[in-house]
Design a protein around this ligand. Sequence first.
Ligand code: ZN
Length: 876
Amino acid sequence: MSDPQPVYLSDYQPPAYQVTHTELTFDLDPAVTRVKARLLIERHAEAEASAPLVLNGEHLTLISLAIDDTPLAEAHYQLNDESLRIDNVPAAFSLESEVEIAPGSNTALEGLYQSNGMYCTQCEAEGFRRITFYPDRPDVMATFKVTVIGNATSEPVLLANGNPVDKGTLEGGRHFVTWEDPHPKPCYLFALVAGNLHKVEDHFVTMSGRDVSLQLWVEKENLDKTGHAMASLKRAMAWDEHTYGREYDLDLFMIVAVNDFNMGAMENKGLNIFNSAAVLTHPKTATDATFQNVEGIVAHEYFHNWSGNRVTCRDWFQLSLKEGFTVFRDQCFSADTNSAPVKRIQDVSFFCTAQFAEDAGPTAHPVRPDHFIEITNFYTLTIYEKGAEVVRMLCHLLGWEDFRRGADLYFDRFDGQAVTIEDFVGCMQEVSGADLQQFMRWYSQAGTPEIDARGEYDYVHSTYHLTLRQRTPVTPGQTDKLPLHIPVRMGLVGTKSGQDLALTLEGEKLGKDTVIHLREDEQTFVFTDVAEAPVPSLLRDFSAPVKLHFPYSREDLAFLLTYDSDGFNRWDAGQRLAMLALDDLIAAHRNGVEKVMDGRVVDAFRTLLTGQIDDKAVLAEMLTLPSEAYIAEQQPIVDVDAIHAAREFVRQSLAMELRDEFLATYQANCSDESYAPTPAQIAQRSLKNIALTYLMAVEDEQGVALCEAQFAADHNMTDVRHALTLLVHSDRDDLSTPALKAFGEKWAHDPLVMDQWFTIQVSRPQSDVLERVEYLMQHPAFSIQNPNKVRALVGAFAQNRVNFHRLDGKGYVLLADVVIKLNTLNPEIAARLITPLTRWQRFDEERQRLMREQLERIRKEPLSSNVFEVVEKALA
Ligand code: ZN
């Protein structure tokens, strides 16, 4: 068998044939589901009359084929594993086909499959070709009419996109429902759900006064876990109306929760399908973080109705057109609904850990890739999160008013069309008059740009010279990088006044907080009339997705931590200060020198704990040390043990020096109010729990007692899970074992809570973790076929830095074993799971060798195109 080949953006051709209307009938059965299709097809005006009709189709058993109801003999078409080709078709005709598929044995979870006995679909990106023969590409858009036939007892509920228009009973205990979706859509937005589902119903009156029925469909035992998702949906609908002027366009909007799902959720028209982990919440089973995540994902999928569905992508290279824009929209929504600075801090710290790592590794790719083998490998942090940062920069460059006018133009002009990133940016350029030519490089150039900045204050002339130099590192396949257009939001903070100084640049007065535009490789900005020596506050609010280097002293950082007017940069200054101390400790650990805690970090933390920061959620973030993964990203060669030891040392030193302050903070933020996921309560809980983390860092009697009491009080999952994690991650088995056992027994019936139980124990730093993972893979609550379980157990283990990177290489072997198993069961999940192994270049020689050895072992298998593409890149 030959290796899978890439497709190229530059090879794009418009489709020769359009499908204008699609009629489908599903006769459901786990082993043999019969799918009948009737497609109304028209040749494109510019296509050659001789152009063959080529349809995608995989894992389909063809039963019959006809054109305009005349059966086609086998000689009239060519069929292979991937496609069906018919020559000499008329300019307009109907194509009738019948195929058989087997949803009961579909473990890849693409196309039609079963989850907990219920039927559901996942068609993005190229899953529809596993359902019927079709031009499976997003620039083919049709109206759909779908009839679902199922067993009246096991599938009382039969759902598809749009509105129900007919239903009835059939022979043999079967029944049917027919659905019509009047909005033309690409087949990746098709959805079908059938099973024994129960609904929670609400409604929303749109801004033009239409009453929309909202339905959330779940298994019976989850009916009490739907309230938050429904409330989030209504908030999202209202937000899109007043922020973007966008209204919902059907009479019915449905969300379904399924247990087996490859990703978070899917925006199928009128029928969103959700991973149950991304929709179900209850104070006793879900943490604050889950509540916030659910709100964000519900909003994200809803927002796709305009940014993705009404206006869709011409081809999959444009994926970030819908994903980057929609992530930006959901981030703004969450910022408006919760604490805006905390939302930004959390998003950026995740971004700088995970996306930076991706952009620096062998799978680095631009926000718009120019080739791929397997598109499901490109649902990445770069497409989603960096894509969102690029849209955010556009918004900052234009200002909200022009950005909104650009979005209006985009939605109105391209409604019902499949378009490109140029179309989107073109609208922004058209309404604003801005020149976005150079800006477009953000879409084509991979790698994280780095800015080396330096500044000099001239007392005599009261000027400040700020020099910025940019460079983008080489990434696979891209050696020559051009300078980008980088918006740098900044201020100069006066060291005498502690205030932002008025900025004058080349004679122009710019206020106290401004955006300067870096376009060249190197530029010097000369600020005049600078009354006092300043410390520059650069890249405020993370105004561009870059790494900024400035030779700040620890005194500068302590100063910014207190005086910067930008909350985000105050947090950033604290992180930079902690990083300087951590760097010293990492070096001390490696050199076998005694570790000494930097008193300036202790002082900074004391100031934070006793000072006047009103936003408790921001304060909690500021008290949180950079994660081991974040610290690793800052090191030239990752020394996992030194990083772990250094971070633990800081945590314990702070805990000892500031014990009274942490205790006071803990006590001041305990509350027995009944649980609500409100920003105020969430802020208070996160502050209390970070204080508890420090109190438990030294494991003395008082800290342990507080932690055990919090666990036993069983007030809400946020507090219980946090306390349980601290107990399980402590060195004391007498704390860890009974708590884990009690929790595991209490929640044995709830798969989402058991996922947390798995994750907590395989994230502990103690050296017994590998054996635990092996043991837990045999646990009745684990299943290798369920992506949530794989992520919770094996994925979480691979994030456990000290244990995954054991020097005997057993962590790598375990991961490779699971990847090899999943390569045949679920290639999409297998390909994602390899990620930690692809980062081998970042480690010492011995670990490099061990990691590569496992990649080589995987490569010897007969591989899915998904795993093949990732492993090839990793070993290139
Ligand atoms: Zn999305």
